[in-house]
Design a protein around this ligand. Structure first.
Ligand code: F6P
Length: 374
């Protein structure tokens, strides 16, 4: 009987609760024992009341609840070996031999690191006399790890979409639609900053969905394909907006991703874009930073569905797991739920950042998922 710890880690995303519910109920149906680990890796390090066995009723009515009801954290303690030693102690003493982690690339990398160190840390605990040899015999060999990707950023490679990204996209579109009526009334320009860290998915998809005039992305800095502009994105952006205005557009909308950069890798900030539009086009321009509004709220149907079906696969992956086989990450590709090697996906994700650092923007776009490069 596998005893499965479930934790959510990193920035919350809508649909994480649906994932916890699904893993719990499928685990019970498959004869496993599910545990909630509260407050992400911090709960794993602190143990005690932060680790609780879950029953069928404990996850009732979670589908429509945003964020993560078992809590999350960005945990500094877990980054230390001492913290991970405590985590192993808490897993062993609760008899937990599998961990399903729902989070972004950093959180999933942490899980893989714990697994890599597992045997050494268990041996250390035995040597220190903190756990008895017979207490951990069956757990000593390996810790089963399965990753699920919960992140609004949709920045993980090897999966088309991450849990929470579509809900966040809806939040952004609702907010921008609200800005549109006031922008039209005053013939104003709005510069809207959206989250996404170093990934432009949210900004690009929102730009398409709301009909933005211009979107600043991390992976594809301006100027775009028109060689006449050289490195002068300001003129290219202003010419484009002027053209749309001359066709009768009463408002202008520019989306700036939080990780947007120019071709010299300098950040492009919303306030600076406002200055350019005001000074060069004399547009009455306002900045709106959507902030955490775009991360909160009830999950859309797609995120509830995605998290639920991926939760089923996560438990199946736990049951299939074998010592020494790389940990899987549950994804979705061409509408099929997938299980791909976790660290390969993380490495491909990091390769995007490397390509950007080398100013190889074509490669960065290519490395992003298919929906991005379409
Ligand atoms: O990764 C999710 C995310 O919302 C990013 O888009 C953003 O950069 C970051 O988390 C914000 O983190 P915090 O909630 O810790 O301020």
């Amino acid at each position: 009987r596998k005893r499965i710890g479930i934790l959510t880690s990193g920035g919350d995303s809508s649909g994480m609760n649906a994932a916890v519910r699904s893993i719990t109920r499928v685990a019970l149906q498959r004869g496993c024992v599910p545990f909630a680990i509260y407050e992400g890796y911090q709960g794993l390090v602190d143990g005690g009341n932060y680790i609780k066995r879950l029953g069928w009723e404990d996850v009732r009515s979670l589908l429509a609840v945003g964020g993560t009801s078992i809590g999350t954290a960005r945990c500094a303690d877990f980054r230390t070996r001492e913290g991970r030693l405590k985590a192993v102690y808490n897993l062993i003493t609760n008899g937990i031999d599998a961990l399903v982690v729902i989070g972004g690339d950093g959180s999933l990398t942490g899980a893989d690191m714990l697994r890599a160190e597992w045997k050494g840390l268990v041996d250390e605990l035995v040597a220190l006399g903190k756990i008895k040899e017979d207490e951990c015999q069956h757990l000593r060999e390996d810790l089963t790890i399965v990753g699920m990707v919960g992140s609004i950023d949709n920045d993980m490679s090897s999966t088309d979409i991450t849990i929470g990204a579509v809900t966040s996209l809806h939040r952004i579109c609702e907010a921008v639609d609200n800005l549109t009526s006031t922008a039209l009334s005053h013939q104003r320009a709005f510069v809207v900053e959206v989250m996404g860290r170093h990934c432009g998915w949210l900004g690009l998809m929102a730009g398409i969905a709301v009909g933005a005039d211009w979107v600043f992305l991390p992976e594809r800095p301006p100027p775009l394909d028109d060689a006449r502009y050289g490195d002068d994105w300001e003129t290219e952006m202003c010419d484009t907006i002027k053209k749309y205005r001359s066709r009768g557009n009463r408002k202008s909308l520019v989306i700036v991703c939080e990780g947007a950069i120019d071709r010299q890798l300098n950040p492009i900030k919303a306030d600076y874009v406002q200055k350019v539009l005001t000074e060069r086009l004399h547009l009455d321009t306002r900045v709106t930073c959507l902030g955490h509004v775009q991360r909160g709220g009830t999950p859309c149907a797609y995120d509830r569905f995605l998290a639920t079906v991926q939760g089923v696969e996560a438990v199946e992956a736990v049951l299939r797991s074998k010592p020494g086989v790389p940990a899987p990450m549950i994804g979705i590709s061409h509408n099929k739920i997938t299980a791909v090697p976790l660290m390969e996906a993380v490495q491909l994700t990091h390769a995007v950042g490397e390509a950007i650092k080398k100013k190889d923007f074509a490669r960065a776009m290519e490395l992003r998922d298919p929906s991005f490069t379409a």
